[in-house]
Ligand binder design. Structure first.
Ligand SMILES: [Zn+2]
Length: 232
């Protein structure tokens, strides 16, 4: 390192080598970023309602046709007639059926029949990502119960289709004023075992208000159907 050099040539060669390696390194890094970007773009397309169909169509011919498998998927209704779904199941799971605290269906009896359940409870694993059931913007992040700061809800309003969705028991990753797209991750499901320790099924409670501003059964716009899926 501190060796005196008799001619400038080795130094120049060293500088040239260093520059070459730096250039190569930068090229490799740039390629990596490009690839990561392409993957991110593919993921974004896959989760966006409008991008999903063209991507799926483009990929299908590549998949082996022999291993078709019937899978249950949740299909959102298209209420504005643009050919794309306007609703997404927030957890991807079925509604909670019956447990120690009752049924999870819309209109189920609560408090010994004195009131009715005003949402649909979609089963969830505590900590799982929760998807925006409608696109729109976040009009409120609030507390589900005044005495419990851990259980929050996110309200999303979509003035175009005139729907409002409230997604309960999540740790939000969005804030009031944020624009969210259909199916976007808006937070993580919060476990309910602390508040309901005697056998509650963990779930996300979804309240949906339609154009008449009354709470409605979300399964009217979210239905299960079988599709044939190919490959892995
Ligand atoms: Zn509920």
């Amino acid at each position: 390192m501190f060796r005196a050099t008799t001619t400038p040539a080795p130094d120049k060669f060293q500088i040239w080598m260093t520059q070459t390696w730096l250039t190569l390194g930068a090229a490799v890094l740039a390629a990596g970023f490009l690839q990561a970007g392409a993957h991110a773009a593919a993921r974004a397309n896959f989760t966006s309602a409008h991008g999903a169909k063209p991507l799926a169509l483009a990929l299908e011919p590549v998949a082996p046709p022999a291993t078709g498998e019937k899978v249950l998927v949740w299909q959102g209704k298209d209420v504005d007639g643009d050919g794309a779904a306007d609703f997404v199941n927030p957890t991807g799971q079925s509604p909670r059926t019956h447990d120690a605290y009752g049924f999870g269906a819309f209109g189920a009896s609560r408090d010994g029949g004195s009131r009715k359940h005003e949402g649909v409870d979609f089963m969830a694993q505590a900590g799982q990502p929760v998807a925006a059931p409608i696109s729109g913007y976040v009009t409120k992040v609030g507390m589900a119960y005044a005495d419990d700061k851990h259980l929050k809800f996110v309200e999303i309003t979509n003035p175009a289709i005139k729907y409002v969705a409230r997604v309960f028991y999540i740790d939000p990753s969005v804030a009031e004023g944020d624009v969210v797209r259909l199916g976007q991750d808006i937070g993580a499901a919060h476990g309910l075992q602390t508040r309901y320790p005697d056998g509650m099924t963990d779930h996300v409670h979804l309240e949906l208000m339609g154009p008449n501003q009354k709470r409605m059964d979300a399964t009217a716009v979210l239905s299960e159907r079988y599709v044939t899926r190919f490959g892995a």
